[in-house]
Structures are given as structure tokens and as C-alpha cells.
Design a protein around this ligand. Structure first.
Ligand SMILES: [Zn+2]
Ligand SMILES: [Zn+2]
Length: 343
């Protein structure tokens, strides 16, 4: 496998002009499909994958997240005044760090463990689930703080994906409920915020970019929130970390020869023309990278699933000296770094 530059794309300006004309800034997740599509994609990518067991475990987790999200209990939400104040200050109205979490998320977490346990037949993950079900409210809240706030060294990495999964349900539910409750209100609950590199709903970092295809065949880049699954628009060929438009390159896992079969053993999925559906967007200015998954090359890509299933690309890009910018709460890499959240 080799690093290769991407094919030429439209300039950011061309994209921006189109974007301003016709596309929504936000794509909110759908309650009925956000976790179900993730589960489906994880199962698809797990086949013959070196990380098969882990991908199937996260698929089971996504299955339970989907079930519980369909009838999530009522939770406390910001009122109209708080929403107006956040909008006025161009801040996310449900910020992950420091948000006064409703205790319902802990009940959601415990229900999730109960439903998950029988689905993990003979998996070593059962022991982790059992241990987590013994955590007190205070211990659980502390682990959640470690996950959502910067610079917390005591995160339990084994339990983190499960606690994160419960927080994802809770935040996704809050975003969806605010949107659903909007009704005929004049102001939308979410809009552009000052920091365009973070989620406009919850101020979390993205997991990856997704190049979406609209009805007229246009391709637009959105950043996919690692916590609430909202997607917000950012022009293409622009660093999602330092916002530079210079020195942006696309790296992928390419087959060594053009005729080689699809790299089902861990590489990126390829379509018939052998174009990779997962690439890393690297920035020469700040030396960070974020993956991008391209629907025009494979319509079933899902940012969280495809990010997990393309770890080989992370290894290749970090060997080339780039630092990961995306956060995948299902697979955290050690301690949080100095500039924003665990990774
Ligand atoms: Zn978010
Ligand atoms: Zn950069």
C-alpha cells in the first residue's frame, strides 16, 4: 500500500459559491436511522476484517443505542431564553464540557448494559459490562467528565466506549428533541457558531468529514460530530483544525497494482473504479489530519464505522508525521491531548 495524492477537485471558492446558494448548514441525525445505519455499516465492514470482533462489538452497541433512542425518556433542556443567549453569543446551546447532565443519561447507560450483556455471548467484553454496571452514580459522572472535558487523566479506557455510547444517546436525544420541539418557532435551535471547527450543537470535535451527495449530484463536505452525530458544513479542501486552505493533501490506502482485488483485509473499501471511499485530509500548515468518507464513491459510508475500520490509514498517516484531529469515542487513543478532548 502506498500514499497517493488525490485527484483534482473543485476549489474551495467554487464549492463555497455553490454551498451558499443551495445547501443547508446543518444536517441533523434522524432518530430512526442514525445508529441503525452505523450498525449496518459496522457489520458490513467487519467481514474478513482484522478487527472483526471489535467492529462487531461496536455494531451490537449501535444496535442497543438505536433501540433505546426510539423511546428515550424526557430530559431537561435549555429554555427559549437560554437558546436565545447561546445564539446571540454564537455558542453551541448544549456544550459537552460543563453541561449539567440530566440523571436520565445514567439510567440510559444502565439499560444499555442490561440489553447489551446477552448480546455478547462469551465475549471478553462481558466482564467489562459487568464491572461497569457496578459503578456508582458519582463514579459514572466522574468518568463522563473525564470523557467530555479536556485534560482529565483518570479515564478508564476499557469502559470509555460504553460510557461514551450512553452519552451519545443522551446528546443525540437532546439535539433531536430541541429540533422536534421547534414547531413553528421562528428561530432554529441551532445555527452557526464562532468556532467553525466544532459542532454547532454541542461544541465537540468531529470524528471525520463526510462528502455528501445532494439530489442534483453536487458533493458537499460536512463534519460529523463525535458526540451528537450532527453534521455541519465546511467547504472542501480546507483544514478542519487550523482552517488553512494551503497545503491540503489527500492520502489513502491504494492497492499496489491496479488489478488487485478490493482490500477486504483491512484497507479502505473501493468502488468499481477502485477509488478509495476513505481518505485522510492532511494539512502541511498545522500537520493535523482528519479522515473523509465519500458517499459519491460508496453510498453506504458512515463516518464512525468507516473511521474505525480504517485504522491502517491512521498508522500510515501518523508515520508520515501527521497528528490525528478526529475523535472517535468508540476507540480513544490514550490520554486527552492539550488542545481538545480525548482521541
Ligand atoms: Zn455535536
Ligand atoms: Zn491545518
Amino acid at each position: 500500500m502506498t500514499l497517493s495524492p488525490a485527484s483534482p477537485l473543485l476549489s474551495p471558492e467554487e464549492i463555497a459559491v455553490r454551498a451558499g446558494q443551495q445547501i443547508p448548514y446543518l444536517q441533523l441525525p434522524a432518530r430512526a436511522s442514525v445508529f441503525a445505519e452505523r450498525e449496518m455499516r459496522l457489520r458490513q465492514r467487519a467481514a474478513a476484517h482484522p478487527m472483526r470482533d471489535f467492529l462487531l462489538f461496536t455494531a451490537e452497541l449501535a444496535h442497543v443505542q438505536h433501540e433505546l433512542l426510539q423511546s428515550y425518556p424526557e430530559v431537561a433542556l435549555p429554555d427559549a431564553e437560554a437558546l436565545h443567549a447561546a445564539a446571540h453569543a454564537a455558542q453551541a446551546p448544549l456544550p459537552a464540557a460543563g453541561w449539567p447532565r440530566d440523571g436520565a443519561w445514567r439510567s440510559g447507560f444502565r439499560s444499555m448494559l442490561e440489553r447489551l450483556l446477552p448480546r455478547l455471548a462469551n465475549s471478553p467484553a462481558q466482564a467489562v459490562v459487568r464491572a461497569l454496571s457496578q459503578l456508582s452514580d458519582a463514579e459514572l459522572e466522574y468518568q463522563a467528565d473525564c470523557l467530555l472535558q479536556n485534560g482529565q487523566p483518570d479515564l478508564d479506557l476499557a469502559g470509555a466506549p460504553l460510557i461514551a455510547a450512553a452519552l451519545q444517546m443522551y446528546w443525540t436525544h437532546m439535539v433531536l428533541t430541541l429540533q422536534e420541539a421547534r414547531g413553528t418557532a421562528r428561530d432554529a435551535p441551532f445555527g452557526r457558531t464562532l468556532d467553525v471547527t466544532r459542532c454547532p450543537c454541542c461544541a465537540s470535535l468531529p470524528t471525520a468529514s463526510v462528502a455528501r451527495v445532494d439530489g442534483s449530484g453536487g458533493h458537499y463536505r460536512y463534519l460529523h460530530c463525535s458526540l451528537c452525530s450532527a453534521q455541519w458544513h465546511m467547504v472542501r479542501i480546507k483544514c478542519s483544525h487550523c482552517e488553512s486552505t494551503k497545503g491540503i493533501h489527500y492520502q489513502s490506502l491504494q492497492p499496489v497494482t491496479a488489478n488487485r482485488a478490493d482490500s477486504s483485509a483491512g484497507g479502505s473499501p473501493h468502488d468499481k473504479e477502485n477509488q478509495p471511499a476513505v481518505e485522510a485530509e492532511t494539512c502541511d500548515e498545522c500537520r493535523h489530519y482528519l479522515k473523509i468518507v465519500r458517499m459519491e464513491r460508496d453510498i453506504s459510508v458512515e463516518p464512525v464505522a468507516d473511521d474505525l475500520a480504517s485504522l491502517t490509514l491512521d498508522l500510515l498517516v501518523s508515520e508520515a508525521g501527521f497528528q490525528r484531529h478526529g475523535v472517535n469515542l468508540m476507540l480513544l487513543f490514550g490520554a486527552p491531548d492539550s488542545e481538545g478532548g480525548a482521541r
